[in-house]
Design a protein around this ligand. Structure first.
Ligand code: CA2
Length: 144
């Protein structure tokens, strides 16, 4: 059976493609999700994509991933830098997680340099734009 991967995107990522293309690229979230599903197929992964602007909704989806998904790829958006709740949810489910950021958070403001998700992630990819999601799926295809 194909491995099931949940691709989660956090707050404001539904705005991709409309503003700040120099930071986040010109692709929309729909473009990225379409690409992730197609890339997943080539790798034998069944990819499901969800986005929320609500911290608790992301926590609930992470909890519900247990038993329903084999791994999670997440761009937690600004919750990366603030959310102990998302950190705790990943610890609770103990599924393999890859954290993705479109921008290089280390070349930006100091408040983006710390992520609560990174310590509970198998790996972290940042600064490579939408390619980061593809690379995360490749890593999971090798490691699952
Ligand atoms: O680089 C990333 O992927 C981020 O996770 C994006 C978050 C930011 O808070 C993180 O520090 C790094 C913000 C996403 C905002 O997306 C927008 C897209 C278009 C227009 C405005 C915001």
């Amino acid at each position: 059976m194909a491995h099931r991967v949940l691709v989660l995107n956090g707050p404001n990522l539904n705005m991709l493609g409309t503003r700040e293309p120099q930071t986040y690229g010109s692709q929309t979230l729909a473009d990225i999700e379409k690409m992730a599903i197609a890339e997943g197929k080539t790798l034998g992964l069944e990819v499901t994509c969800r986005q929320s602007n609500i911290e608790g909704e992301l926590v609930t989806w992470i909890q519900q991933a247990l038993g329903n998904f084999d791994a999670i790829v997440i761009n937690p958006g600004a919750y990366s830098h603030t959310s102990i709740a998302i950190h705790d949810a990943f610890r609770a489910v103990a599924l393999p997680v890859i954290e993705v950021h479109l921008s290089n958070i280390y070349t930006r403001e100091a408040f983006r340099h710390h992520s609560y998700v990174s310590p509970v992630a198998m790996g972290v990819i940042c600064g490579l734009g939408a390619t980061g999601y593809r690379l995360a799926l490749h890593a999971l295809a090798e490691k699952l």
